[in-house]
Design a binder for this molecule. Structure first.
Ligand code: ADP
Length: 484
């Protein structure tokens, strides 16, 4: 086989992945992207996923096979790590099971030292897995801090091993602020020494994410916007100066969404399915929501929705305060989210002040989320920062126009309307203030009155390609560029 047509071997390591376990956006990516990469042609990629055998996955009693075990040596002794495997949609998945990795723990520990230990051991175990398999891995693809230490271990403790001589190292950055600080005792126990890169701040030299960044041949942010933002003090989390020394290795590849699960044409949760050519049918979903939420059943009142984790990152407080500023306009809103009790309360309080037009649901409700994406007219996404974001892509696919903050992946995936009816898909506002949000929303509410323009914006969004296939092709190009 000519070298350029060689199969590319990739180990994709992640803390969580659908359909086994999902806590946040990383679970979506790690569930969908490797499968999309495997299916992307023409160059074949043998990509395999590795993740911890979390207690919650064990409970599912999946039809797994035990492959064997290896030892993880640390200063405190040797722990055995068992390897289990399963196939998901053609993708080989490995679960690593060891006292140090799972011990009945949740996916993420609230205690950073325990969490650090779990993922430091998991990272080293991922490298040991490759040795166990005696598999010539071309690309070791880590994701976020949880698996970043594997790259550093490859560059240090394992650097003389013949098996890894051709292994290129990639880290995808889904969320910079989480860096794994607290893992230091476990790293020392595992014989990992601090980095001597003088551009790294002192605190970062034995911290998982910076160690991964320091070792990576390629750093992939989950959008082009975020790739630029992490080089600035506002988003760089103390690593921006260091990252600037790596700027030629940093690129952005925007995530996709599962276009089968999120499809208004087939979505089983909807009262009425629809596509971009019969947007009138979308109105039935709105009427159903207005009825079930005891709102005025009126097709002409714009229905706003916000579906989000209730977290400071998501800027929900900005939207809630901003809504107060446009209370003189005609609109209704349904807010769905759980998380920070203070933000939940703020959303519930607003619904109590304006019960006839604002409804708040503080739970995690996938079925309702589908109905809201379909039935609403406007989707609110006022994030303080957003590495990529998937909700805005889902909303556009459902013909629900986003009003979002111009940051990270939101700016990359939404084309702001400024009279450019041919390509615009939504409304962006710049500053993270309620007044800026209110102005953005006002522009959307005014445009909503112009039915032909509104329908065009809806169609533009629905016609966009948000599939994983598009992202997968970009990843394969990166893999090819790194083949040694
Ligand atoms: P993040 O991963 O940072 O939470 P994303 O925008 O990438 O943000 O993904 C959020 C996903 O979670 C979307 O699919 C959204 O619909 C879903 N989601 C968030 N909150 C809820 C909720 N309360 N009920 C149902 N789905 C939710």
């Amino acid at each position: 086989m000519p070298e350029k047509d060689k199969r590319i071997n990739v180990l994709f390591a992640a803390a969580e992945a659908e359909p086994f376990i999902k806590v946040g956006g990383l679970g979506d990516v790690a569930g969908a992207l490797p499968i999309a990469i495997q299916k992307s042609g023409p160059q074949s990629v043998d990509i395999r996923l590795v993740m911890p055998f979390h207690a919650a996955i064990k409970e599912k009693q999946l039809p797994i096979n035990r492959l064997g075990s290896f030892a993880i040596n640390s200063g405190l002794g040797t722990s055995e790590c068992s390897i289990y495997t399963i196939t998901n949609d053609g993708l080989t998945v490995y679960f690593l099971d060891s006292e140090a990795i799972n011990h009945e723990s949740p996916v993420y520990h609230a205690n950073p030292v325990q969490d650090g230990r779990k993922y430091a051991f998991f990272s080293v175990a991922c490298v040991e897995l490759v040795k166990f398999l005696n598999w010539e891995v071309d690309i070791f693809h880590a994701n976020d801090w949880h698996t970043a230490v594997a790259l550093y271990a490859l560059a240090t403790n394992y650097k003389d091993e013949q098996l890894f001589h051709k292994t290129a190292k990639i880290i995808s950055v889904h969320n910079m602020p989480f860096n794994g600080y607290g893992a230091q005792p476990a790293l020392t126990e595992l014989g990992i020494v601090p980095s001597n890169d003088s551009y790294l701040p002192e605190w970062a030299r034995l911290t998982p994410l910076p160690l991964g960044l320091v070792s990576a041949d390629k750093i992939i942010a989950v959008s082009e916007g975020y790739a630029k933002e992490i080089l600035t003090p506002e988003f760089g989390c103390g690593l921006d100066e260091f990252l600037k020394t790596r700027s030629e290795r940093i690129i952005g590849i925007v995530n996709g969404i599962d276009t089968h699960i999120w499809d208004p044409v087939t979505d089983p949760y909807l009262v009425q399915n629809y596509n971009q050519d019969n947007l009138g049918a979308k109105a039935k979903n709105k009427a159903a929501l207005q009825k079930s939420f005891d709102l005025d059943i009126n097709p002409n009142i714009p229905l706003l929705t916000l579906i989000s984790r209730m977290d400071n990152q998501k800027g929900i407080d900005i939207a809630l305060r901003g809504l107060n500023r446009v209370i003189g306009q005609d609109w209704q809103a349904i807010i769905l989210g759980t998380g920070n009790p203070q933000i939940e309360k703020m959303a519930s309080d607003l619904a109590q002040i304006y019960p006839e037009r604002i409804k708040t649901v503080t739970k995690f409700d996938p079925a309702l989320s589908h109905q809201l994406y379909a039935g609403a007219d406007i989707f609110l996404m006022p994030s303080r920062y957003e590495p990529c974001g998937i909700s805005q892509m889902i909303s556009m696919r459902y013909g629900t126009i986003p009003v979002a903050r111009a940051t990270g992946g939101l700016e990359d995936t939404i084309t702001h309307y400024r009279g450019n009816t041919e390509e615009a898909t939504g409304f962006l506002f710049k500053h993270k203030y309620p007044s800026a949000f209110a102005n953005g929303l006002l522009r959307a509410l005014n445009t909503y009155k112009n039915k032909p323009v509104w329908a065009r914006l809806q169609q533009n969004g629905m016609n966009r390609d948000f599939s994983w296939q598009r992202s997968a092709e970009a990843y394969v190009e990166v893999y090819k560029s790194l083949l040694k």
